[in-house]
Design a protein around this ligand. Structure first.
Ligand SMILES: Cc1cc2nc3c(=O)[nH]c(=O)nc-3n(C[C@H](O)[C@H](O)[C@H](O)COP(=O)(O)OP(=O)(O)OC[C@H]3O[C@@H](n4cnc5c(N)ncnc54)[C@H](O)[C@@H]3O)c2cc1C
Length: 507
């Protein structure tokens, strides 16, 4: 095949401009400066007057890896952000009111190469020799018993809860240490080249201009560069994800932090609880078609514990994805690029994936083919996350309010339907390289939400029942033994990475 020549400007990428200083902006600044700071000139523009969205405090284990890549020292980071450990998410009232299950970050049991552990467990269940699926995962048991410690050889999978504002501050210091220049000011105009359509500069309110070769749009839901200036449209997923509103607040901690996020389903959405060392992040996510703002606020405030530190602030959103997260010389990260509600705490992960992909395909010069590759891979990742989140709604038994009844009638993406049917019929879960959620996550959530497969893999029949009993008992004994010998989570945190009490008093 004849090679097509690149029709984009031939200029070298040297000057990178990051618009926006929320989690996305500062994560991008940190990673770019740590990796390529010696050969790039990096500027970040942010406006204190506009501020950030102020939420995004629960993460998943990939952030631990991201920090290792950047050589961020964990105790220093955790102390700086009021950090606690997160071993999973407790889903309450999702299957039915009063029901609870945990999606943990660990691995359950032991797989055979031909069949996942769930097949052995299913066979054990048939024979009456297996206990609950949750008994076979260290992280899940440690979470249930509020315990944590690092184990040798990265033997426990975990993520963090953190204060979002403190995280941005921490990354700012880190990035400035690697040469990032921060400019304070409101962007009022995005200049583009009439020929190529490339962004050439950002104009600030006070009159200065910041020129660049590559622009990273981290301006949040405003999407100033990718949406407003370059006109890249947005694919709306509100037919699958009904929620479009949130209220967030911060309260004082009334007890020691548990090592998991709580996601508690309600009449027309759900609430989160994210426990930090000295305060708790709380929020309600809801559908404004099913619950008006005043009622949402009343329900929310009547259920939070502790003193309010920061009065509730509203957030409106539209679930979906930019048609192209990389367009010409502009890459959108964070809320400017896509939004899936935070049920599985995935947005910071998607920011990180965007950054890592950008670094791995960093252009000497912007080319169409590299952009297409970036967008195609990121699309797959985002759609996979969307399916996983929709799963929680689709598998609910709840029919007690119009919201849940409407969800029960909802058509789901074909990709998701296939996964559920495959699991229901065979117990099999497949994993496509690059997908965030592995077999264990799908199994924990599908079992947690009441899907018990009709069949198991014949590999599980190869074991004699006595051997299978020993196999299952050994795993359970080891799991429970390991989890129970760990120290209490907050005792560990107080010696590993104690945070200072925040100075803000009740508001
Ligand atoms: C309700 C809710 C809960 C969430 N919970 C989680 C969670 O638990 N876990 C998770 O992973 N993710 C979560 N997210 C997503 C997470 O909050 C975001 O991914 C993360 O905060 C990144 O936001 P951002 O940096 O893209 O945008 P923002 O925080 O909005 O930052 C935008 C930046 O752009 C700047 N800016 C905007 N316009 C201009 C302008 N004209 N001139 C100059 N600067 C400008 C702003 O000042 C700010 O610095 C949640 C999101 C919502 C809405």
């Amino acid at each position: 095949m004849g090679g097509e020549t690149n029709d984009f400007p031939a200029s070298q990428v040297r000057r990178v401009v990051i618009a926006g200083g929320g989690t996305a902006g500062w994560m991008a600044a940190a990673a770019l400066s740590r990796t390529l700071g010696k050969v790039l000139d990096i500027t970040l523009v942010e406006s204190e007057e506009i501020g950030t969205v102020g939420v995004g405090e629960a993460t998943i284990p990939t952030l631990v890896t991201f920090h290792r890549l950047l050589d961020i020292k964990e105790p220093e980071y955790m102390a700086a952000v009021q950090g606690t450990v997160k071993l999973g998410i407790s889903f309450e009232n999702w299957l039915d009111i009063g029901h609870r299950y945990i999606h943990s970050f660990g691995t359950s049991g032991k797989d055979h190469w031909s069949a996942g552990f769930q097949h052995f467990w299913l066979r054990g269940r048939e024979l009456g020799i297996a206990s609950g699926y949750e008994d076979y995962c260290v992280e899940l048991q440690a979470g249930l018993h509020d315990r944590f410690a690092h184990l040798p050889n990265n033997g426990i999978n975990y993520a963090y809860h953190m204060d979002a504002a403190l995280y941005a501050r921490y990354l700012r210091r880190f990035s400035e240490g690697f040469g990032v220049r921060r400019v304070e000011g409101r962007i009022v105009e995005v200049e583009t080249d009439p020929g190529s359509g490339f962004i050439t500069a950002l104009k600030l309110e006070k009159g200065s201009t910041i020129e660049g070769d590559l622009f990273i749009d981290c301006t949040g839901f405003r999407a100033l560069l990718i949406g407003q200036a370059l006109g890249v449209g947005y694919e709306d997923w509100s037919h699958w994800l009904f929620n479009d509103s949130a209220l967030a607040t911060q309260t004082t901690a009334v007890r020691d932090a548990v090592p998991y996020t709580r996601a508690i389903a309600g009449d027309a959405g759900w609430q989160w609880r994210i426990p930090l060392q000295h305060r708790v992040g709380n929020g309600i996510v809801y559908s404004s078609r099913h619950l008006d703002d005043e009622e949402a606020k009343a329900q929310f405030l009547s259920s939070v514990e502790g003193e309010i530190i920061k009065q509730p602030w509203p957030v409106r959103f539209r679930p979906g994805q930019r048609h192209r997260c990389w367009e010409r010389n502009c890459i959108a990260l964070g809320l400017a690029g896509s939004f899936i509600e935070p049920l599985e705490s995935t947005t910071i992960h998607l920011i990180q994936r965007g950054i890592v992909r950008l670094l791995q395909s960093f252009p000497q010069q912007v080319t169409r083919v590299a952009i297409d590759e970036y967008n195609a891979r990121l699309d797959e990742e985002i759609q996979h996350v969307r399916d996983f989140v929709v799963l929680h709604y689709h598998l609910s038994n709840r029919r007690d309010t119009p919201y849940w009844r409407e969800i029960a009638e909802m058509e789901i993406p074909a990709t998701l339907r296939h996964r559920i049917e495959l699991f229901r019929e065979t117990g099999i879960v497949f994993h496509v390289p690059g997908e965030l959620f592995w077999e264990n996550s799908w199994v924990q959530v599908m079992l947690g939400q009441g899907v018990v497969p009709r069949r198991h893999h014949p590999t599980a029949d190869v074991m004699q029942p006595e051997d299978l009993r020993r196999f299952l008992d050994d795993i359970r004994t080891r799991v429970l033994g390991t989890a129970r010998q760990l120290p209490a989570h907050m005792d560990y945190m107080r010696s590993y990475a104690p945070a200072q009490r925040p100075s803000t008093g009740p508001a």
